[in-house]
Ligand binder design. Structure first.
Ligand code: ADP
Ligand code: MG
Ligand code: ZN
Length: 480
């Protein structure tokens, strides 16, 4: 029997506002427990929420960037449940009238054909607080930290349109990229700024009706998402093929073991008794507000990628990597303005800048010790024949280590390429004289030895000989 995978994702994204969604408390991370709190986010009786306009701004931008319709009227609702980190006894969310609906993101299916993944809805809500379990053996209590209570979130719910792990990963990566491009979320999955719940089911290939789904909670990395889907898919197929039945339930992904474990079944599921929040007016969004948000949208990742491909004649792979962040794309474009060789700029970024950023664990190229001017200056020197691209690699390392310009490093270290024919000729003669057997073999037809001679000359010149001249001189001396 052939099985088809069906996945729908619910993504919670924490918004980068300075203050919380319904009060003026700071959202900054890492403050001492319960210092960023007030009567509203503590849930004290009689305190009234006031909506943060910026949250709505951010939501509208996300909606426009994900092809959603922005509702002219939406409403906040109370989602009722009891938990110690939820002092009001309910979470303010949106239910029957969310701010955004009917969007989509484009991905490629496993055969490479483009397809859209539908976005059912995106709504605004507040986060809950955090339970802190003391790391003391035998401790029979927990602490509650409400700094995070009332921090704004967007919940982004996809249609069950995803048919493979590849599609799921592309969808989430694309979503994350858009949120980061818009500057509304930092996208740090390991810090919980983006949390994924994956709804997963299987059905016999060709069957119209969906199978029963399991909801996998709190998947917090791309790798976990991939593992969770693969594990859950085969768990469900094995279960059905052994004559069992998938039950609708919530499961937790255990990242250490790479498996999902049952948490609660549908019967134990909450009945949230949603109802409109009487403390908040319906949210009315005028056309002007949407237009103003549209005017501030940056060039989005897909548009930037295709512009990079056409304007700079870059291969897909280069455009993909460079456009993974606005900072990197800007960095690239600044180099090209200073030194007009897009492919060279791209090669140096992909080969060396990204390598050193990952070694030094930098999140943005803005944190790098070098600027576009450094790289453009180095490219100028290569083009002018002052340094070879081999020496340039050392210059690059030195620029990264010291922050000095390429020109300064080349002068200080005497790295200027030798382009003086007579000087190189001297070295070439020495090398040929020192290797008579190889010279004889070369002349006897083993022309592959050219690489050996070039290597010897470069070594003798400590990498500074102009490789073009070296080749030319060797050829004329060996063959002439
Ligand atoms: P709930 O409110 O219980 O979470 P929803 O109908 O809102 O249920 O669905 C939540 C998520 O589950 C959505 O992302 C949706 O695409 C996905 N989903 C629904 N049915 C299935 C299914 N049979 N298999 C996989 N995902 C599904
Ligand atoms: Mg759900
Ligand atoms: Zn507060």
């Amino acid at each position: 029997m052939q099985w088809e995978l069906v996945v729908g994702l619910e993504v919670h994204a924490q918004l980068l506002t300075d203050t919380k969604i319904f009060c003026g408390c700071s959202t900054s991370f890492g403050a001492p427990p319960n210092t960023h709190v007030c009567p509203v986010c503590l849930g004290l009786p009689g305190a009234l929420p006031v909506l943060n306009r910026k949250v709505v701004d951010y939501a509208i931008k996300v909606g426009l960037a994900t092809n959603c319709t922005v509702a002219r009227m939406s409403r906040f609702a109370r989602k009722n449940y009891f938990y110690p980190d939820l002092p009001k006894g309910y979470q303010i969310s949106q239910f029957e009238l969310p701010i955004l609906e009917h969007g989509y993101l484009g991905v490629n299916d496993d055969s490479g054909s483009p397809k859209d993944i539908g976005i059912t809805r995106i709504h605004m809500e507040e986060d809950a607080g955090k339970l802190v379990h003391p790391d003391i053996p035998g401790a029979d209590y927990s602490h509650v930290d409400l700094n995070r209570a009332c921090v704004p979130l967007l919940e982004i719910v996809s249609e069950p349109d995803i048919r493979s792990t590849g599609e799921a990963l592309q969808y989430v990566k694309k979503l994350r990229e858009i949120l980061v491009y818009l500057g509304v979320c930092d996208g740090n999955m390991n810090e919980g700024s983006m949390r994924i719940d994956a709804n997963i089911s299987v059905r016999p290939m060709g069957q119209e009706e969906f199978g029963t789904r399991a909801e996998i909670k709190n998947v917090n990395s791309f790798k976990s998402l991939e593992q969770a889907i693969i594990y859950e898919q085969s768990r469900q197929i094995d279960l059905i093929e052994d004559g069992g039945k998938v039950v609708q339930e919530t499961r937790l992904f255990d990242a250490d073991r790479g498996i999902t474990v049952g948490m609660r079944s549908k019967e134990e599921a909450h009945d949230y008794r949603y109802f409109p929040d009487p403390d908040l007016l319906p949210l009315v969004i005028e056309e002007e507000w949407i237009d103003a948000a549209r005017d501030t949208l940056p060039e989005l990742p897909d548009a930037k990628r295709s512009r990079f491909r056409s304007q700079y004649s870059l291969p897909d792979h280069d455009a993909d990597l460079l456009c993974q962040s606005i900072d990197m794309a800007d960095f690239f474009e600044e180099i090209v303005t200073l030194h007009n060789d897009p492919k060279a700029a791209s090669n140096w970024i992909m080969g060396y800048v990204l390598r050193d950023m990952s070694r030094d664990e930098l999140n943005s190229v803005k944190e790098a010790p070098i600027t576009p001017t450094h790289i453009a200056g180095m490219l100028d020197l290569i083009k002018e024949g002052v340094i070879s691209s081999k020496i340039a690699k050392d210059v690059f390392d030195e620029m990264w280590a010291t922050g000095k310009e390429a020109k300064v490093i080349v002068e200080e270290k005497g790295l200027t390429q030798i382009s003086d024919t007579s000087e190189i000729e001297g070295i070439v003669d020495d090398i040929l004289a020192a290797n008579p057997d190889e010279v004889a073999s070369y002349r006897g037809g083993k022309t592959k030895l050219m690489g050996f001679f070039v290597g010897q000359v470069m070594k003798a010149s400590r990498g500074k000989a102009n490789p073009g001249l070296v080749n030319q001189l060797l050829k004329s001396k060996l063959e002439g």
